[in-house]
Design a protein around this ligand. Sequence first.
Ligand SMILES: C[S@@+](CC[C@H](N)C(=O)[O-])C[C@H]1O[C@@H](n2cnc3c(N)ncnc32)[C@H](O)[C@@H]1O
Length: 324
Amino acid sequence: MSEQTPYKFNIDNNREILLNLPEGVFVPTGTTTNLINAVKGYLKEPGKVLDLGAGSGVVGIALYLNSLVKSPLYASDLSERSIECIQKNAEIHQIPVVTKTGSLFEPWNGNTFDYIVDDISGVAEEVAALSQWFDNVPCQSGVDGADLVIMVLQEASDYLNPGGVLFFPVLSLSNSERILNTAHQHFGQVKLLRHEEWPLPKEMYQHNDEVAHIMKSNMGEALSKNYDVAISDDEKSVIAEKKLRDIGTAIEGVGYGDGYELDDVLQGALNHLDNMANWMLHEEYSYLCFKGIVPRTRFMMVGFGWEKHDYSYCQEQDLSPACS
Ligand SMILES: C[S@@+](CC[C@H](N)C(=O)[O-])C[C@H]1O[C@@H](n2cnc3c(N)ncnc32)[C@H](O)[C@@H]1O
């Protein structure tokens, strides 16, 4: 395992802990801190704890150091590198730990816990690929980022003692609605313990700008194509005119009813297209997309809410040729 300079991580406002963090092991983030604080704020007494998708082991270690873990700490991860790292970090902090390598609950067959803290990768795979969070760290969480956490939610009660609690983060970079619906199906009580917001990393803003460029180009093409058909004798001219007016309305935010000439609609829309803000494109493009007026882009913009582009239903033939 390649060594790295010990990494300092704030487990609360006044306590910093040292972690060994080799390459390929997840570097703790704001979600890590939020999760630790949520669990600390909720638990009143120590219990048998499983840190699932433990990465460096930071969450379990922080809980142990806050006297919320009945020794030993249990931790697992899909990545062998993580397991070696957790053992090393537990040793640094003199924490007895039982570690296992494997996917989801598979290593814990026949075991039960008082508290399970699940932090298995939960952002959409494409978002993970854009970000630097998951360099060489497994994240097969599906197109909407919810697959792994949903499997955990479906199985967790088999691994909890009576009265036990499952803690899990819900990230806006995943299909949070699907996750929460599943949580409600499987648990009598689901509580939001903490909520935090952060700005997106800069590479995601770049991604959004690239998607915006593609969306604008697709909308420009759709405007011209529908205009040409609308002014022709083609039997589809009425449908094309309707589509042209819909695109104009989406771009300018004002209704383009029958009172406007087609030339006005086209010119007005083309003049405003370049100035559309990304949040507005995200809203309006998806509306046009669901109406079949513009093609789907290969991936949505990030950070504006999942439901506008539910790409879990996306088929290869839906994809915009501009993005393939
Ligand atoms: C977001 S990181 C969280 C790590 C740690 N809790 C932290 O905050 O630093 C997600 C972890 O889930 C692990 N993981 C991904 N897929 C998994 C799976 N199917 N089963 C178990 N762990 C998995 C990754 O290797 C990674 O260490």
